[in-house]
Design a protein around this ligand. Sequence first.
Ligand code: CU
Length: 359
Amino acid sequence: MNWGDEGFDRRSLLAMGGGMFFCTLAGQKISASDGQIDIDAHAKGLAVPPKVAAAEAARAGSPDPAANASRTELAAFTINGPAREYWITAEPVEWNIVPTGRDQMMNMPIKGKTKFTAWAYRAWTPHFKQPLGPAKVPGPLLEVGVGETLIVHFRNKLKSPVTMHPHGIFYSNEMDGGYKGKFTDPGGFVQHNRTFTYVWEARPGTEGTWLYHDHGPMDPLPVFKGLFGPLVVRAPGEQAPEAEFFLGFHSWEPPITGLKENFACINGRAYAGNTPDLRASVGQRVGFHVYGLDNFFHTFHLHGHRWTDPDGTIIDTKTFGPADSFRLEFVEDNPGRWFYHCHVFTHFHMGMNGWYIVD
Ligand SMILES: [Cu+2]
């Protein structure tokens, strides 16, 4: 599928007939014309990998199999130094891609349905006692400093097996969160109502802007449904900017949503007024953390501003591809109502734009 072929009418449905290839799932080729993909139905026939089945058998009969599993994983690690701990679920959430029903950039209504059931990561208080707000796309920010260990207790409330797989930070083979067929470790195949505790280490040299996402056996569909989020490893002595934004660029397409339209999204929403309204003041140090997580290349463009790339070049537009992540910082000096957007025009005009408002 290539949005570049879409033509001039930005609201037109991408022609998806004729058995156009969408993705491969468990060895089957999925066509974009097959209608909405039922991931749970595809997951039903999956074989449980041997190491996952063995761990499952070992915990059978325990009064709290899920909690017991977490303790088993943690017991294998010596955690040196401070730790940051998170409790995260994956669950379905009713999601409106365009909650205002309008595109503020063009001052136009968005016609047709914009709601569907997304899959999202959700943060909880310790031991999953209380949710910390609703499930959202993207998932919660995971934040850790160099020298610290990141401990993520992950419980899957979806029917299909899913996982958490981080980028950038150090992790051992068992903590990868990747499905590897018959070689899969328990963290790469977390079944319905099971908990797995991931232990990831922010060793020196892992500082930066990263992300995490599902990498289970249904990959990439759970990611396309919303299972991704930002991860930041702070360098020693790093102070977060006074205004700081985390922006995930991705798309929601008809085979995933069951909707008629393609939506090019930032943080789960499409079109200015729905995507995040970002606010800063003149004189503040401003930081943007940007990542992409779909099949497309994007360009991050911010009106009225420029910044210095790591190679020293002064730019105002930055290209990034799938699972690329970067940050930019500057001191705010230009008040106004500005756009930030992807400069791939088809994406831009399918919703990948938002407001940056500077007092
Ligand atoms: Cu784009």
